[in-house]
Ligand binder design. Structure first.
Ligand code: ADP
Ligand code: MG
Length: 617
């Protein structure tokens, strides 16, 4: 039998290996920026076209390469940064694998121009699919310029796999920001399709953060500083009142390298305990310096996760340091945050005397009798929750249109007039209702066949969701013009996301009069929301988009409608008057899918007369 094993040709091996290093244009940016920093550049310029799909160019004024090094740099495992395996444990550079340039050159058209300080002429090289196609001496400034064109030109499947330009640009901005935040002593700029997205002069950490995240960031930062034997911590945390709905502004840098660490993130969050509103995330920019020997950055190919020797100690130090900073800068707990509005005394109760509780004694009660029948009552009670969603239609047999629903529900008599009168002391008002509210959370109504209990928030979310979908896809909503346009600050990343969904947002009633680098101007908003809600609503929307990057038009529309509906809908804890209750009820049953919220949660449940009868058996 003949032998069948062969070595893969270099260009095939390179393409395969490239997949690990280069997932998308943003990975190229990251590798090239890191190389420029390792080359001790003091100024780095990035130019991209079409979200990096057509061109990514990084120009630095670093130490450059000799002719031989320039040729060598594209070989796999060619690196100037480590010589021995031992060097891995004292890494001071970002690169060390010697794979990035080889990988990039395997899947793109690359042009390199480079010159060292001591050479008079530089070297220009062109490499396509791992093959050097030209090599010349050329006049070029000291430093290195690398252009990467037509990424994945020879792997169509990967190229087609890339997301929309907006999404890829967001990834690029993310990588760029991470690197720029870690190196305020280097000036950076970024130009996309001829527009300048960033121009960052040499400065300190605080100013760099502000330059990147925009305008008012400076006032929101609380400095953090600690020096211990195992770690030196510096940087900033955001004041709790500026905590955001998204995790977008959370950065850890370890030895100037951006890393992700859910564990350390937990330490930070824990130190904010009691200071944050529910579901909001504090911003942080924390720079940790540790002995390179005490970490292993080798466990992840794209190197954003690292392993610390002494994770527990690090956790404890981080947590107490931040707590201390927050205390020192007078960021006192706002005790109100968690207040439960359900505990508030309704206004008309305030001056009332408490009713004397009446004790009722069941003289016939015998604890040893009927044990089993009582048990079954309770299990019966939980059964109705599981009612099949599709059965809602049969609840209103014969009702087809919205007007039918109206008529029928109005005809339903409010059966418990006396009881509510006693309970709430508001007999006259209650008497006309065919709905009432329980715990400011549920709307209860009677049916021909029993009782209907609706979750007010979920019901309203469903109603708004269907309406928004219609606005975005079929007929746009009207807007309310603002007397004075609203100016809201966002970071570059958020602005890019907003641009992406601007058209859909305008269909729902928003009018954007200007979108600048770190600020948007809004001159019209949907009629259903008030001006004061706009910021929080957009923030939530951006947070939702960050969590869940939609990759096609439909899922984008759907996510947008879901997020807005969820933010705009009445919350539990909101008191609704009878007209409002009716309104939600009627519109809910005019929906295509009233039984489920857009997040697939049960919207209402019923209790039939049969089930009630059983309870009184
Ligand atoms: P690594 O960074 O892991 O060493 P790369 O493939 O990214 O591997 O780069 C290979 C080598 O090319 C580097 O070790 C460095 O010597 C050289 N090099 C790459 N980019 C630059 C640059 N911008 N300036 C100077 N030298 C560079
Ligand atoms: Mg490198």
């Amino acid at each position: 039998m003949s032998n069948i094993i062969q070595l893969l040709p270099d260009h095939v091996a390179n393409q395969i290996a490239a997949g690990e290093v280069v997932q998308r244009p943003a990975s190229v940016i990251k590798e090239l920026l890191e190389n420029s920093i390792d080359a001790r550049a003091s100024r780095i310029q990035v130019v991209i076209k079409d979200a990096g799909k057509t061109l990514i160019q990084v120009v630095d004024d670093g130490m450059g390469m000799s002719l031989t090094d320039a040729r060598m740099s594209f070989e796999r495992h060619a690196t100037s940064k480590i010589k021995l395996a031992d060097d891995l444990f004292s890494l001071k550079t970002k690169g060390f694998r010697g794979e990035a340039l080889a990988s990039i050159a395997a899947i793109a058209h690359v042009e390199l121009r480079t010159r060292t300080e001591n050479d008079e002429v530089g070297t220009c090289l062109k490499v396509e699919g791992s093959q050097v196609t030209s090599q010349d001496a050329c006049v070029t400034p000291k430093g290195t310029s690398i252009s990467v064109k037509n990424l994945f030109y020879n792997i169509p499947a990967r190229r087609n796999f890339l997301k929309s330009d907006n999404v890829e640009t967001r990834h690029i901005i993310d990588e760029f920001q991470r690197v720029a935040l870690a190196h305020p002593d280097i000036s950076f700029s970024m130009i996309h399709n001829g527009n300048e997205l960033f121009q960052l002069p040499v400065t300190n950490f605080r100013q760099r953060i502000t330059n990147i995240l925009g305008g008012k960031t400076n006032e929101k930062l609380v400095p953090v500083e600690e020096d211990t034997e195992i770690v030196k911590i510096s940087g900033f945390v955001g004041k709790p009142e500026f905590a955001k709905k998204s995790r977008g502004e959370q950065f850890f840098f370890v030895n100037n390298r951006f890393i992700k660490s859910p564990y350390l993130n937990h330490a930070v969050t824990a130190s904010f305990e009691g200071l944050l509103k529910e579901k909001s995330y504090p911003g942080y920019f924390l720079y940790l310096e540790v002995d390179p020997k005490s970490i292993d950055i080798n466990i992840h190919p794209t190197k954003t996760e690292i392993k610390f020797d002494d994770e527990h100690a690090l956790y404890a130090i981080l947590k107490s340091t931040i707590k201390h900073s927050l205390g020192q800068f007078n960021v006192a707990p706002v005790l109100d945050f968690e207040r439960d509005s359900e505990l508030d005394t309704p206004y008309d109760y305030k001056n009332k005397q408490a009713d004397v509780p009446q004790v009722e004694v069941d003289r016939n009660f015998n604890p040893f009798q009927n044990e089993s029948s009582r048990a079954s009552q309770f299990s019966g009670g939980t059964n109705f929750r599981k009612e099949k969603p599709a059965e809602w239609e049969s609840l209103y047999s014969g009702m087809q249109s919205e007007t039918d629903t109206d008529v029928d529900l109005r005809q339903i008599e409010f059966e418990s007039e006396e009881v509510t009168g006693n309970l709430f002391g508001a007999k006259e008002e209650q008497a006309e209702k065919s709905t009432f509210q329980v715990q400011k959370k549920y709307i209860v109504s009677t049916l021909k066949s029993g009782i209907l209990v609706i979750d007010q928030h979920r019901a309203h979310t469903r109603v708004l969701y269907e309406e928004l979908l219609k606005n975005i896809t079929v007929s746009s909503a009207v807007s309310q013009q603002l007397l004075f346009p609203l100016r809201l600050q966002f970071n570059a990343h958020e602005v890019e996301m907003l641009k992406e969904i601007k058209d859909s947002l305008e269909q729902t009633g928003f009018i954007f009069s200007a979108i600048n680098k770190d600020e948007v101007e809004i001159s019209g908003i949907p009629t259903l929301i008030s001006e004061s809600e706009v910021e929080i609503l957009l923030e939530q929307l951006l947070a939702d988009f960050e969590k869940d990057v939609p990759d096609n038009g439909f899922s984008q529309t759907d996510l947008l409608a879901k997020s807005l509906a969820n933010s705009m809908a009445v919350r539990s804890g909101t008191l609704l008057n009878s007209a409002e209750q009716q309104h939600i009820l009627n519109r809910l049953f005019a929906c295509k899918e009233p039984a489920l919220s857009p997040f697939n949660k049960t919207v209402f449940t019923t209790l039939t007369v049969d089930e009630l009868d059983k309870k009184f058996a």
